[in-house]
Design a protein. Structure first.
Length: 106
């Protein structure tokens, strides 16, 4: 099934939550993360003003969190996978854009 889903401005990357049947889309120009129900492809929530230019996004099931590379802020945001609350932000250098699974060690 193919379907277009309207999310924020400049969608950049998608993370798939297989356990909870959700999709997470980082929206660069909206400074947000769209959360999509993967069964009916509707946006169920948008995490706004998380950081400037969220780009890379991934899920860590071992610790139940979502990791977002915040390019403009030089930070990595860690979000609770269960209630979508911000756990913390970690300062990094050089405009993080993405990262590999070796960081998350699922």
């Amino acid at each position: 099934m193919l379907k277009n889903v309207k999310v924020g401005k400049w969608p950049y990357q998608v993370a798939i939550d297989y356990k909870n049947n959700k999709l997470f889309v980082s929206n660069q120009r909206s400074n947000s993360i769209s959360i999509i129900d993967a069964e009916n492809f509707t946006v169920v929530k948008e995490l706004k003003e998380l950081c400037e230019y969220p780009e890379g996004i991934n899920i860590n099931y071992k610790n139940n969190f979502i990791v977002v590379a915040c390019w403009f802020d030089d930070e990595v945001a860690i979000i609770n996978l269960l209630d979508y609350s911000l756990i913390k932000k970690v300062s990094v250098s050089g405009g993080p854009r993405s990262f590999g699974n070796f960081i998350l060690n699922n």
